[in-house]
Ligand binder design. Structure first.
Ligand code: CAA
Length: 263
């Protein structure tokens, strides 16, 4: 609550156990300036600690989700400042990706450059029909540096990632779905409801099963298959030891709905 009150570029609201973050600098299509990056960082530090919040949705106000890093701010940067900037933003996006709770990007409009990269640091992307994705950095003489050169090929494969990064081509929602960049395309007016509905479905499951699935997938993407399978074994062992595992299996065999307690 205290964090939410001190924000200027992001609106943070609670809907039950779901935090809804609305990027809210519509005059600049929610471009990520220092203030916005700092606010996102503060919010995610809070989300890591806040046990009553179980899932997160990120969306944008107006016709932008996020139209990228703030170009007017980057204009004066030379090499070292560029590196520091990338370093700071990458650390933030890694933090978003590593949050041990499900995070859905509800992409309402332009998700370009750092905006596309922000959506890719979320677990799942749901796009409105008005969403537009792209990595236009080559138009500006730089490369994607909020994780785009790494996360985009992991999501869509190197061939398509190279095409999109080399050409800077904008991709509309349906194409984004066809290349695996988004999970689902929905009408603009039902975007938030669809994101909430998917998140609620996830939150009905055993929370630790979701948390450790996320850790296994994310860390597994960084290592070879053998190491990933070792990790899967260790995390599976943790879930087999939980009360919720007993509840889930007892409920199935007892033909009744499970009631999970995150234990
Ligand atoms: N940074 C700063 N300001 C931005 C911005 C950005 N990334 N994107 C949009 N804006 C501002 C515009 O300058 C404009 O401001 P004014 O009204 O003061 O002129 C306002 O937002 C509205 O934008 P447009 O008038 O351009 O709106 P449009 O509907 O004609 O075009 C658009 C929309 C195609 C998204 C266009 O704004 C655009 O191309 N934006 C830049 C997109 C971009 O290149 N993003 C990548 C940035 S680099 C990056 O993100 C690097 C990285 O890896 C981190």
């Amino acid at each position: 609550q205290q964090v939410a009150e001190r924000l200027t570029n992001i609106r943070a609201e609670l809907d039950g156990a779901i935090a809804i973050l609305t990027m809210n600098r519509p005059k600049a299509l929610n471009a990520l300036n220092d203030q916005t990056l700092e606010e996102l960082d503060r919010i995610f530090t809070c989300l890591e600690r806040e046990e009553s919040i179980l899932g997160v949705i990120i969306t944008g106000e107006g016709k932008g989700f996020v139209a990228g890093a703030d170009i007017s701010q980057m204009q004066s940067y030379k090499s070292e400042e560029g590196r520091n900037y990338a370093n700071r933003a990458q650390a933030l996006f890694n933090k978003i990706e590593a949050l041990e709770k499900p995070v859905i990007a509800a992409v309402n409009g332009y998700a370009l450059g750092g905006g596309c990269e922000l959506s890719m640091s979320c677990d799942i992307r749901i796009a409105s029909e008005k969403a537009v994705f792209g990595q236009p950095e080559a138009n500006l003489g730089v490369i994607p540096c909020f994780g785009g050169t790494q996360r985009l090929p992991r999501l869509v494969g190197t061939g398509i990632a190279k095409e999109l990064i080399y050409t800077g081509r904008q991709v509309k929602a349906e194409e984004a779905k066809s290349i695996g960049l988004v999970n689902k395309v929905v009408p603009a007016e039902s975007l938030l409801d669809e994101a909430k509905a998917m998140l609620r479905t996830i939150l009905e499951k055993a929370p630790m099963a979701i948390r450790y699935s996320k850790v296994a997938i994310n860390r597994g993407m960084d290592v070879d298959m053998r190491a990933g399978l070792e990790l899967e074994k260790d995390l599976a062992a943790i879930t087999f030891g939980t009360e919720d595992k007993q509840e889930g299996m007892d409920a199935f065999l007892g033909k009744r709905p499970a009631v999970f307690h995150n234990r």
